[in-house]
Design a protein around this ligand. Structure first.
Ligand SMILES: NC(=O)c1ccc[n+]([C@@H]2O[C@H](COP(=O)([O-])OP(=O)(O)OC[C@H]3O[C@@H](n4cnc5c(N)ncnc54)[C@H](OP(=O)(O)O)[C@@H]3O)[C@@H](O)[C@H]2O)c1
Length: 261
């Protein structure tokens, strides 16, 4: 695609859910886009083009160094105004029953690939002295995730990392915002193999609402934002609840078969 005068947004995990809604907000607000996901992106690409954006789509596994490199090369050195590190996935069931390759893919996507991308695209943003970074963490980062142990731990990492990076970049002109959704209506629970759990079957937040909450917080340059009042209350309570109690509550929500069936 030929470069345009519009600011560029890079959005990962834009094939569905929160990432697609974030990409739509970027397009509606005058950005061109580089989007990435592991599945074909033709549908998302068409939707975003209809909103007036020029779109480069990269199908790549962002759990790999090669996948991240392909996304970075699609940026072609253009200044990135907005970087949305959203790609991520869960993994239900007991740790010892999970396949280690799947465990590793969660860590490599949610943590290693996310950091690799921010490291590569964040440096030129800092050098230019401008830009906004939105990182999608989770309120799961507040709770030991019994029957989703690795996922919750990756989100604790991301929630913590985001705030530290924000403070490292305090005087740089680059803002860092962490969006922490609660359970949201997307393909997340199906992909994590958690459809038979209480949380998988619960009423969830709307992905467009969650994305709007994150987008607005990013535009205001806020440090972190929890989407929705109920989730805000959950995080306040979690901050003063013993970890063992939280882990037991999570068991009831996430244990296979804990849903109504
Ligand atoms: N839904 C929730 O309840 C919830 C709550 C808190 C936080 N979050 C976070 O929100 C973010 C978005 O999830 P979502 O709920 O919108 O789920 P989703 O509908 O499953 O979307 C996840 C997106 O990430 C992409 N992705 C996952 N692994 C990838 C990989 N290795 N390489 C490239 N792309 C990859 C997916 O692309 P492919 O389809 O190509 O794999 C998809 O576009 C995630 O970071 C998730 O942890 C979700």
């Amino acid at each position: 695609m030929a470069p345009t005068a519009r600011p560029l947004a890079v959005v990962t995990g834009a094939s569905s859910g929160i990432g697609l809604e974030l990409a739509k907000l970027c397009a509606e607000n005058g950005h061109d886009l580089v989007i990435a996901a592991d599945r074909p992106l033709a549908e998302a690409e068409g939707e975003l083009r209809r909103l007036g954006a020029t779109v480069d789509a990269v199908q790549a596994d962002l759990a790999t160094r090669d996948g991240v490199a392909r996304l970075v090369s699609a940026v072609r050195g253009r200044p990135v105004a907005t970087l949305m590190a959203n790609a991520g996935h869960g993994l239900g069931h007991a740790f010892l029953d999970q396949d280690f390759a799947d465990i590793r893919h969660v860590i490599d996507t949610n943590v290693t690939g996310t950091l690799d991308l921010i490291h590569q695209l964040g440096r030129p943003m800092r050098d230019r002295g401008e830009g906004r970074i939105l990182i999608v963490g989770s309120i799961a980062g507040y709770t030991p995730g019994t029957f989703q142990a690795v996922y919750n731990a990756t989100k604790a990492f991301i929630d913590s990392f985001s705030m530290a990076l924000r403070h490292e970049l305090r005087d740089s002109g680059v803002t860092v915002t962490c969006l922490m959704p609660g359970a949201t209506e997307t393909e997340f629970f199906e992909r994590a193999g958690m459809e038979d759990t209480q949380v998988g079957q619960s009423k969830k937040d709307d992905a467009a609402f969650v994305a709007r909450t994150g987008y607005d917080a990013m535009m205001k340059g806020e440090g972190d934002v929890v989407a929705g009042l109920k989730n805000k209350i959950t995080t306040v309570i979690a901050s003063v609840t013993p970890a063992g109690m939280l882990a037991e509550q999570h068991r009831r929500m996430a244990e296979p078969g804990s849903g109504k069936g």
